[in-house]
Design a protein around this ligand. Structure first.
Ligand SMILES: Cc1cc2nc3c(=O)[nH]c(=O)nc-3n(C[C@H](O)[C@H](O)[C@H](O)COP(=O)(O)O)c2cc1C
Length: 327
């Protein structure tokens, strides 16, 4: 069955999940050029979406090449979340995604993100307010399997999932870890399978431990979810999506040569300079090139060289030295 979120068709069931610090417009555009069919923005605080200013400009960027895209918001007051959703709707985000999953302590202590997995009444009040605020626009929610690791009944999860579908959400995305687990331990794919069995006619997106293209296809196969959101496995490997399409079509996944990797890194740098400014572009790419280095045959030497870099000239010299010619 082809993946759809509301009325929006997604032409392949493996997309780029929300990644704070990574799934910004420049990286989304890089992934789009390598076959990603669907992306989610970094989580945006509802108040930041509503506040005119530099931060808002930095967070909220759309590009004709970056659709369908979900704008993800995080907050605690139903009215403010609804207002932020209306704002993203007006800007042309295809889908509004509500973050009830973030485990970061500061977020949870402000009753946002993953805290909502402990507060079903508030979670559902937010869902209802947002669905009502953006008629016709698909709304999705990102959940964790529970708040506490020890909670194997997942009672709050089922309350939120059922209530959210009843309120009209188009899909539920689930990171199959608890909020307490943060990013440690294993994601419970068995829970994703149970979820799909419970809602066979609804759209379910799975997340957690999708470290390779083969994992993405295995999650689809083993759990029956309608779509998969790759996250850490796709940081620094934007070829992930093309490779997953290759695997699904029975072709060996294409591995980019070093020249192609270098071209993508420089293109990413140009996009980041355009989206922000050259100083910030360099900061982002210094950080990102450590992730791109995961694919390099001399990753340790490359990483060591990159951490010593301070200026754009130094950074370019390292990239040129490691990515040019025979290695
Ligand atoms: C650095 C980082 C930032 C993340 N930021 C977000 C975010 O802003 N919103 C969100 O819903 N999930 C976020 N996540 C969670 C991922 O989307 C994903 O659900 C999680 O990493 C599990 O998938 P994985 O085990 O394949 O990485 C983030 C994860 C990481 C590692």
């Amino acid at each position: 069955m082809p993946l759809r979120i509301g009325a929006i068709p997604i032409d392949f069931p493996v997309g780029l999940g929300a990644l704070a610090g990574y799934s910004d417009l420049p990286y989304r555009l890089i992934c789009r050029s390598l076959g990603v069919p669907y992306c989610v923005t970094e989580a945006m605080l509802d108040r930041q979406v509503l506040l005119e200013g530099k931060l808002r400009k930095r967070l909220i960027r759309l590009d004709p090449a970056d659709h369908p895209v979900a704008g993800q918001i995080m907050g605690t007051e139903p009215e403010v979340m609804a207002e932020a959703a209306r704002s993203l709707d007006g800007m042309g985000f295809d889908i509004i995604d509500l973050n009830f999953a973030c485990p970061v302590r500061k977020v949870v202590s402000h009753k946002r993100g993953g805290a909502l997995m402990n507060d079903p009444d508030r979670a559902l009040a937010i869902v209802r307010a947002v669905v009502e605020a953006v008629p016709g626009r698909p709304v999705t929610v990102k959940l964790r399997r529970s708040f506490r690791d020890a909670d194997k009944t997942h009672e709050v999860f089922w309350t939120i999932a059922r209530g959210a579908f009843e309120a009209g959400v188009a899909a539920i995305a689930v990171h199959a870890r608890s909020v307490e687990q943060k990013y440690t331990g294993r994601a419970d794919w068995g829970f994703l399978a149970a979820l799909k069995r419970e809602f066979p006619d609804r759209t379910i997106l799975g997340s957690g431990d999708v470290t390779s293209p083969a994992d993405a296809l295995r999650m689809l196969d083993e759990t029956g979810v309608d779509g998969v959101l790759a996250a850490r496995g796709a940081i620094g490997n934007p070829w992930f999506f093309e490779q997953t399409r290759d695997l699904a079509a029975g072709r060996p996944p294409r591995k980019p040569g070093l020249d192609e990797q270098r071209d993508v890194i420089y293109r990413h740098f140009r996009l980041a300079c355009e989206a922000y400014d050259p100083q910030r572009g360099l900061k982002i790419l210094r950080h990102f090139s450590l992730q791109y280095a995961k694919m390099h045959p001399r990753r340790t030497d490359l990483r060591n060289a990159l951490v010593a870099v301070r200026t754009e000239e130094q950074w370019r010299a390292v990239i040129d030295a490691f990515y040019s010619g025979p290695q």
